[in-house]
Design a protein around this ligand. Structure first.
Ligand code: SF4
Length: 447
């Protein structure tokens, strides 16, 4: 029986994108169908992020929009799910504009919650679980081109970095059974997908205990997925500098289809800040991991996350961040100013004492340096040949195609080359030569 149309807006990280795919799968089994048109939806929800304050501020605006639909069409039900739902819980119901609130571990209960909603009887489930991994749920893929898909290999995080809200919104760490991950990757490859990205807050602490058998760690899992087919590219995110092992690095080097890119968040280049952030590695240890990666895979791209203006950050601490960026020569970075998150260790223990103006000034300095480093990194690739996995036509010029090289760099090239008459299709592998570049893109020719 058709129960209604569901519209979901997804915010935040890749984990949330995959969670939305899990939600659509659970609701499809209960008779709901997916729509991308809010104006025809019976169920309207946002899958939310709490990583920074502005991510949540944006959702309050969406809640008003959703409420507008409720007023226009009787019977429309609205809800908030994901990390903001887990962090704020019934505070979201107090607005009187939301009918249900569901945390990241409660999606199996959504059909029941939707069935129980009635005027004046909103529903909430924000139980965190130590077991839930949705391992038996086949996600409904929402990507447009059927080329690349996310697979969550674990949920939660045990690290408790002092600034981070994730352990409170996603709970304790738990890994999925490796068989279920390999089965999902095989299924995707069988359906024509050419790339999977293995997701976890800290993939390096992935660990599956086999009753009476040998444990399966992240390197073993990587090897298992990469062995499915040389035609299946494997990516993963996010690594943790304190846990990334030589075994993972050597396993990557052994399989050409494990992409030459590691996202290794540093957050700060200052040991004083790293201690306050509870990152549990030092600058020297971090640079040692980078050196190992480069020794074993000289062509491996390294990207990172950086926080500017953390509690008590001095000008010298800031200079230490700029200098580690230069020392590593990051290919790309996600850069943000510190946003105090209520309830975190930092919020409870350290004053947010770097002024907003100074945070912005430091962040702009970091961004300017990274743009230089990204351009330098791309310039080093001019003249090289890469195998690109085609994603589709370039947004800027439909006569061009685009796709990523193994080092995760975006390559744009004329669809029809000198020898090739046919434009490549999404999912094709094509070889290109880098002719020029910007700080964000490699401009290529087909070879
Ligand atoms: S590793 Fe740290 S920053 Fe990353 S999700 Fe866990 S607590 Fe947050």
């Amino acid at each position: 029986m058709e129960r209604g149309k569901v519209y979901i807006e997804t915010y935040g990280c890749q984990m949330n994108v995959n969670d939305t795919e899990v939600i659509f799968s659970i609701l499809a089994k209960a008779g709901y169908t997916r729509t991308e048109n809010m104006d025809e939806a019976d169920i309207i929800m946002a899958n939310t992020c709490s990583i920074r304050d502005n991510a949540e501020q944006r959702i309050w605006g969406r809640i008003d929009q959703f409420y507008g639909c409720k007023r226009l069409r009787e019977g429309v039900v609205t809800g908030i799910v994901g990390c903001m739902a887990e962090r704020l819980k019934d505070k979201l119901l107090e607005s009187g504009r939301v009918d249900f609130v569901a945390g990241p571990d409660s999606y199996r209960s959504l059909p029941e919650m939707l069935a129980r909603i009635a005027p004046g009887r909103p529903q909430i489930n924000v139980e965190l679980s130590r077991e839930e991994t949705y391992a038996d749920i086949e996600p409904v893929r929402i990507d447009k081109n059927g080329v690349s898909a996310f697979i969550s290999i674990m949920r939660g995080c045990n690290n408790a970095c002092s600034y981070c809200v994730v352990p409170y919104t996603r709970g304790a760490e738990r890994s999925r059974a490796p068989e279920t991950i390999i089965r999902e990757a095989c299924g995707l490859f069988g359906r024509g997908y050419k790339e999977v990205t293995l997701l976890g807050q800290n993939v390096d602490s992935y660990l599956w205990h086999r009753e009476g058998g040998t444990d399966v760690d992240f390197a073993d899992l990587l090897e298992g997925v990469a062995s499915i087919s040389p035609q299946l590219r494997v990516r993963f995110s996010t690594s943790h500098p304190k846990d990334i092992s030589d075994k993972v690095i050597f396993t990557m080097a052994k399989y050409p289809n494990i992409c030459r890119h590691i996202h290794l968040p540093v957050q700060s280049g200052s040991d004083t800040m790293l201690v306050k952030m509870r990152r549990r590695y030092t600058r020297e240890w971090y640079l040692g991991r980078v050196a190992k990666i480069r020794e074993v895979m000289p062509d491996c791209a390294i990207t990172t996350d950086i926080i500017a203006g953390f509690c008590g950050e001095t000008l010298q601490d800031h200079q230490d961040t700029l200098s580690i960026m230069r020392e590593v020569g990051y290919d790309y970075a996600y850069m943000f100013q510190y946003s105090e998150r209520p309830g975190t260790l930092a919020a409870r223990n350290y004053p947010d004492d770097v002024s907003p103006e100074e945070k912005t000034r430091r962040l702009n300095e970091i961004i300017a340096l990274q743009n230089e480093l990204s351009l330098e990194s791309n310039r080093r690739d001019v003249g090289k040949t890469f195998t690109v996995l085609v994603e589709g036509p370039s947004r800027r010029n439909p006569a061009d195609s685009c796709g990523r090289a193994s080092n995760n760099k975006m390559c744009v090239f004329p669809s029809v080359g000198p020898e090739s008459v046919k434009a490549p299709a999404p999912g094709d592998y094509v070889d290109v030569k880098v002719m020029s570049c910007t700080s964000a893109t490699l401009i290529c020719e087909r070879v």
